[in-house]
Write a protein that binds this ligand. Structure first.
Ligand SMILES: [Mg+2]
Length: 271
């Protein structure tokens, strides 16, 4: 695809699947005037879905962070890896949780019981600042005894304004190693998230034009590949501009989400 037709393909999309960390913000600090960029897309009758692998914040916290950067949103505008992980469990199942409030909220909404003592039906691991030797051992026990380890996501790192921190995948690897149980991962680019996006947008059951904007080729790019939609890589997150990306198709590569929206051609498609 040449550059002009790539821009045309992106401009034609009705649904925009937008990653948060590294695209909209870095640790809650807006990457440019993202509020105006989102408003511009909405005025062009595009539909937006924010899809994040960050399982730590609750829905209320995420909506407040969006409001703080000038983006109005409702819970229906969000898909999180916490919600995706919860979708893999059923009401009444007993799980040990090594994760933060977003996961607890999603599991509670699902009717899953969070416990610190066996018997366990699964271990659930997400990003958390609060873990130690005992909590990792307990999660591994739960995974080993139930044979089931659910990870919200496997991102190795997490972008912040001051650089990369350890991501959920690093904590999940510790529990997987200690338990010997291979994890089922819920977040991007895995089945549980694909199914939530398809349910929310109707993609899959009918022809929906869609584009995915993200900073992480291994998760966002792979998800776009799974959905068979164009991937726009932004250089404002974990992927620096001088890093070559050749393991997933990249439709367009731009410095930021704001630059992407500013660069959209004003075509004849009525937008
Ligand atoms: Mg990201």
């Amino acid at each position: 695809m040449n550059k002009d037709s790539a821009w045309t393909a992106v401009a034609a999309a009705e649904w925009w699947i937008i990653d948060l960390d590294g695209v909209v913000w870095l640790s809650g600090t807006a990457i440019g005037d993202v509020g105006t960029a989102v408003e511009t897309l909405r005025q062009q009758d595009r539909r937006l879905l924010f899809v994040t692998n960050n399982s730590a914040p609750t829905t209320a916290v995420l909506l407040q962070r969006l409001a703080d950067v000038g983006i109005k949103a409702t819970p229906e505008d969000l898909v999180t890896s916490a919600e995706a992980a919860a979708s893999l469990l059923t009401a009444g199942e007993r799980v040990n949780v090594l994760a933060e409030d977003g996961v607890a909220e999603a599991l509670s909404a699902r009717g899953v019981v969070m416990v610190e003592e066996p018997p366990y039906d699964a271990a659930v691991v997400g990003w958390t600042h609060h873990f130690d030797f005992d909590s990792v051992s307990r999660a591994a026990d739960a995974a080993r005894s139930s044979g089931r380890l659910i990870g919200t996501n496997e991102d190795p790192t997490h972008p912040t304004p001051t650089g990369l921190t350890a991501g959920s995948g690093a904590i999940l690897a510790a529990v997987a190693t200690a338990s010997g149980v291979a994890p089922t991962v819920a977040g991007k680019p895995h089945d549980a998230t694909v199914e939530l996006i398809e349910a929310r947008t109707g993609h899959g059951s009918r022809s929906v034009s869609m584009v995915l904007v993200g900073d992480q080729p291994g998760t966002d790019g792979k998800l776009a590949e799974r959905l068979s939609v164009p991937f726009v890589l932004v250089d404002s997150g974990v992927t620096s501009p001088d890093t070559a990306v050749d393991h997933v198709p990249v439709c367009l590569r731009v410095p930021t989400f704001v630059a992407l929206v500013a660069g959209l051609p004003s075509g004849d498609d009525g937008r």
